[in-house]
Write a protein that binds this ligand. Structure first.
Ligand code: G1P
Length: 292
């Protein structure tokens, strides 16, 4: 029997984006463009490709622009139509009525708390989580990270997280897995630890911002105390599910950019610009010239 389908995705987007000030004083970080699409658009497109229908944004003060982005901009569209302009560029911002939902995280108590804020909308279904800072790009002709995870989920069920290997000295910035048996892209997860010191990390395989979780995690989060950094950590709640339910990691076959850092953001912008048929050649010529 195949497991229950993944129809809902939670996007924690309440963060203040202080690392990108002053750019993020008024504009939410998730709306900063990578070339010509806001960061959040890449995550929503990845979710749709994986068959996910309902997008749940966990927002906060000053972040309503994210929900606006997925609404119809009547005056804009009217004016564009009158001028005979092509509206297809806005296609990716359209949502099925009722399928974009915003809940608020009033106080920044951590990622685990942000996810818990969506519990009433998630209900009793398995669901996906996207951390939009992690920009996952499919290989040419390949599929996105969540689609690869959903395919694995259809085989093994339970809980899945995306992982990738980083140099050992970087592990203390991330959630880290204790890996068990590996079969192709799939690795059993025996343990999870959030932001461990380098010498205590069980591996260099880090949790890279995509999750498929069973709804029971919400019950665990309900009573989850503070962990690393004094925050309620999703990683700690997930760790408690290991042994109760299947738990696997998927190594994404594709590219990942950490847009939570400025250098990662520039890297993503360059990589995507270089891969675009409409501008790749020009950008390449400019980059080579700048490097001279
Ligand atoms: C969060 C998670 C961490 C994960 C990381 C991926 O950390 O808590 O487990 O590895 O995202 O980007 P944060 O970046 O919010 O500190």
């Amino acid at each position: 029997m195949s497991p229950k389908p993944i129809r809902k995705a939670v996007f924690p987007v309440a963060g203040l984006g202080t690392r990108f000030l002053p750019a993020t004083k008024v504009v939410p970080k998730e709306l900063l463009p990578v070339v010509d699409r806001p960061l959040i658009q890449y995550a929503v497109d990845e979710a749709r490709e994986a068959g996910i229908e309902q997008m749940i944004f966990v927002t906060g003060r000053g972040k309503t622009g994210i929900v606006e982005h997925f609404d119809i901009a009547f005056e804009l569209e009217q004016t564009m139509s009158e001028r005979g302009k092509d509206l297809s560029v806005l296609e990716c911002t359209r949502a099925t009525p009722g399928d974009v939902i915003a809940v608020r995280q009033q106080v920044p108590l951590g990622l685990g708390h942000a996810i818990w804020c969506a519990r009433a909308i998630v209900g009793d279904e398995p669901f996906a989580i996207f951390l939009p800072d992690e920009l996952m790009v499919a290989r040419e002709g390949g599929t996105g990270c969540m689609k690869q995870m959903v395919e694995a989920y259809n085989d093994v069920g339970g809980n899945l997280i995306s992982v990738l290997e980083v140099p050992m000295e970087q592990v203390s910035s991330y959630g880290v897995i204790d890996p068990g048996k590996t079969d192709g892209a799939l690795t059993e997860v025996l343990g999870l630890v959030e932001k461990p010191p380098v010498d205590e990390a069980p591996s260099n395989k880090i949790v890279s911002g995509r999750y498929i979780l069973q709804p029971e995690v919400m019950r665990v989060l309900e009573n989850q105390g503070k962990g690393a950094g004094g925050e309620i950590q999703l990683t700690d709640a997930m760790a408690k599910m290991i042994g109760q339910q299947p738990f696997h990691a998927v190594t994404f076959d594709g590219a990942r950019y950490d847009c939570g850092s400025k250098v990662g953001f520039v890297e993503a912008t360059l990589a995507i610009a270089l891969s675009r048929p409409d501008m790749g050649a020009d950008v390449r010529a400019i980059a080579l010239d700048l490097l001279k």
